[in-house]
Design a protein around this ligand. Structure first.
Ligand code: ADP
Ligand code: MG
Length: 282
């Protein structure tokens, strides 16, 4: 891990354990901490000393222009990419460089910007292939010979039914997962992530390409789950959506934290406006 960062233009209002960042590092109950994260792809520096914290119980927004490195940070946090440097701490445990299932065991789950392909499965079956629910022979038996499956699988199936109802998508249960709309698929992804009972859920552009009705439904579900105790880190390009839902908002630009603050402050911050104008736009 590299130590001091000497980037021109980087302000140092906070100086916590030699880490410089524009993020607020004075939070009470930190559930996720990213410190000096570093990741390059060849000559391209995608993540550049990224440092920020997520407070338990919040919906924290992560925004920034196209290519700012938002999805890369999610991949680094959730164990899908190995960082070149820096640390990821979940619930006080250093999970840097561990496998996604290990990060999940510490309570952190993520969804993907592009949902995975679920050919040949119904929505109910797709739900059962949740992050902590590995399919096996017993998975098939759930549908072919339900009497012989164990209590654990029966419980999984009961959980799936309950969550489908909570998300008001139980009517989709027997539909082929590939036949539902993109918006419905995003709801299924969120519902499926909840099966793992995460403490922290990372959502990568949950409403990209989703119609306004389903967008509202997703917002309601995120709010409901947050009120029930789930912490969210939310990447979203739809500014209205993220500004209505998230507080605080962390702004990423060229792999580093540009600033952090409440939505109203971020919206009128000239640094943020300049970053969007100079980057991929909104
Ligand atoms: P964002 O999600 O903010 O739009 P990304 O994290 O997807 O940005 O990408 C940040 C930069 O890293 C981009 O320039 C992108 O092309 C590059 N990048 C991301 N993943 C890879 C990869 N697996 N291989 C090479 N370059 C990558
Ligand atoms: Mg992305």
């Amino acid at each position: 891990m590299s130590d001091a960062i000497e980037e021109p233009g980087t302000t140092s209002e906070m100086d916590v354990s030699t880490v410089q960042t524009n993020a607020n590092m004075a939070k009470d109950d930190v559930v996720l901490r990213v410190e000096n994260l570093q990741k390059s792809f060849g000559a391209l520096v995608a993540t550049d000393h990224a440092t920020f914290e997520v407070e338990r119980g919040t919906i924290t927004g992560l925004i920034g222009p196209n290519g700012a490195g938002k999805s890369t940070i999610f991949n680094l946090i959730s164990g899908f990419y190995e960082p070149d440097g820096g640390t990821v701490t979940v619930n006080g445990t250093d999970v840097t460089g561990t496998e996604p299932y290990e990060v999940a065991e510490h309570g952190l789950i993520r969804t993907f910007q592009t949902p995975r392909k679920l050919e040949g499965m119904t929505v109910r079956e797709a739900m059962l292939v949740g992050p902590r629910h590995q399919p096996g022979e017993s998975f098939v038996k759930l549908f072919t010979d339900p009497k012989t499956v164990g209590e654990h699988e029966q419980q999984n199936l009961a959980d799936v039914e309950r969550i489908l109802e909570e998300f008001e998508i139980d009517h989709l249960a027997t539909q082929p997962a590939t036949d539902i709309s993109g918006g419905q698929m995003k709801l299924v992804e969120l519902a499926r992530a909840m099966l793992a009972e995460p403490e922290v859920l990372l959502l990568d552009e949950p409403v990209a390409g989703v119609n306004p009705t389903l967008r509202n439904k997703l917002a309601e579900q995120i709010q409901r789950l947050n009120e029930q105790g789930t912490t969210f880190l939310l990447i979203e390009h739809d500014m209205e959506f993220v500004m209505n839902l998230a507080d605080p908002i962390v702004v990423l630009d060229r792999g580093s934290v540009l600033t952090e603050g409440p939505p109203h402050a971020i919206q009128s911050d000239t640094k943020v406006i300049d970053a969007y104008l100079g980057g991929g736009g909104v």
